[in-house]
Every structure is written in structure tokens, then in C-alpha cells.
Ligand binder design. Structure first.
Ligand SMILES: O=C(O)[C@H](O)[C@@H](O)[C@H](O)[C@H](O)COP(=O)(O)O
Length: 223
């Protein structure tokens, strides 16, 4: 595990984009296809902007979200729409998006159709996680209805998730699926998330789901 502190967000975003590009290129030297699993939310956008214009064999890269809010792409809350605006453009437009949303009423309705394509691209080559002030990551929220299962060895690859801290029903990769990652990066900004990260190191997974990834993660932080 490593904690990398940057003087400002722009330096961090550029450095992390370069690190991820290097890891993807290295994986592409050894595999026909590689998988890049990314967080939604508001923090990773500038990293995606930089990555989208990096030269690599994007047509051999499978991109998927860690999790998704169960909303259509027309919603401003859609992580899929954000990904299509910020990452899957320019050179990276040639990447293949593995969907994490389907136009059915609930995430439970979508699981069976979405799961096979995700299982087919595991293990993850490069994983980019975010974190909330409540120490959730992906949609593994403290107090979530299926958190225990999602953190367990028996977890399926994909689960529906509802939580007091989540504005809408979610779908999320399980901890097991996310922990297949060969390289894990966690991207956080601001004093609140730094304090949350420091607290998470000493808390059980049920209270700090992000903690299960810390031993193998490179945590990138800027004020
Ligand atoms: O769907 C989501 O919201 C994300 O996948 C989630 O896990 C995110 O990474 C954190 O909530 C941080 O979000 P911000 O980057 O917006 O603070």
C-alpha cells in the first residue's frame, strides 16, 4: 500500500493518468485484451480527460464502471453518461464499454443480463476507485442492505445495493470482483476524505468498506 500526496489536484490528475496509461500499455504487451475498471462520481473526470487523448491500443481495452446509479444515461447522475463524455472520447473512443446499466426497472432485474460480460473480463488489470467521506467505495456503502454479502467470500460478481447514503438504487461489483485487480488506485481529494482515509485504516470493513482495498492500493491525494 502507498499514500501519495500531491501539491495540487492538477499535478495529481496528470501523474495518475500517466501511471494508468503506463500500466495499461504494459498489460497490453502481455495480453490480447485488458480491463480497466473505473469509479464514477465527480473526482475522476480530469483524469479521464487526460487519458482519453493518450495513445495506446484502446481497441483492446475493456472499460467498465465499479458501480452505477440505477438511472438512465439521460440522468445527470449517470456514471455511464459521464464516462462517455469524459473518457470514451478522442483516442479512447475505441475502447469497449462493458455496460453496468440496462433499461429495466430495478438493478435486480438487470443482474443476470449484465453479469456474464463482466465475469468474462476478470481479473481486472487496472482498477481506479473513489471514496466517499463515509468511507464507501464503489457502491459498497456502510449500512447498505447487501454490504455483508458484497464483502464476503461468497459474493457474486455483481450485486444490487441500496443504502441510506445512496441517493438511488445502485449496482456494484463485489469486493471479491474488485480485488481481482492487478493494480489498484484510489483517488481522493480534500481534507475530509484524507481524514476518512486515515480513519478507515483502523476500522472494520463493515464500517469502512474502502479498508478492504487499502493493503493493495496506491492512494492518491491532493488538497
Ligand atoms: O457512483 C459513485 O458515486 C462512485 O462510484 C462512488 O463510489 C464515488 O467514487 C464516490 O462516491 C466518490 O464520489 P466523488 O468523486 O463524487 O466524491
Amino acid at each position: 500500500m502507498s499514500f501519495i500526496e500531491y501539491p495540487d489536484r492538477e499535478v495529481m490528475q496528470l501523474d495518475l493518468a500517466n501511471k494508468i496509461a503506463g500500466e495499461l500499455r504494459s498489460a497490453l504487451d502481455h495480453q490480447d485484451r485488458v480491463s480497466f475498471c473505473v469509479s464514477g462520481g465527480s473526482t475522476p473526470g480530469p483524469v479521464f480527460d487526460t487519458l482519453s487523448d493518450v495513445s495506446l491500443d484502446w481497441d483492446r481495452v475493456d472499460v467498465l464502471l465499479n458501480d452505477e446509479r440505477w438511472v438512465p444515461e439521460s440522468s445527470e447522475r449517470s456514471n455511464t453518461a459521464m464516462l462517455k463524455r469524459r473518457l470514451l472520447v478522442n483516442k479512447a473512443a475505441h475502447a469497449r464499454l462493458i455496460p453496468l446499466y440496462a433499461d429495466v426497472p430495478t438493478p435486480e432485474d438487470g443482474l443476470a443480463g449484465l453479469m456474464p460480460a463482466i465475469e468474462a473480463i476478470l481479473p481486472i488489470n487496472v482498477l481506479l476507485l473513489g471514496m466517499g467521506d463515509d468511507m464507501h467505495t464503489a457502491s459498497l456503502f456502510p449500512g447498505a442492505d447487501q454490504l455483508g454479502l458484497a464483502l464476503s467470500d461468497e459474493a457474486p460478481t455483481l450485486l444490487a445495493m441500496r443504502a441510506p447514503g445512496a441517493a438511488e438504487p445502485r449496482i456494484t461489483l463485489s469486493a471479491n470482483a474488485l480485488k481481482t485487480a492487478i493494480s489498484t488506485h484510489i483517488l481522493i481529494t480534500g481534507e475530509g476524505k484524507r481524514k476518512a482515509y486515515e480513519a478507515a485504516r483502523d476500522l472494520p470493513a463493515q464500517d469502512a468498506p474502502v479498508s478492504v482495498f487499502l493493503p493493495q492500493a496506491h492512494v492518491h491525494w491532493a488538497p
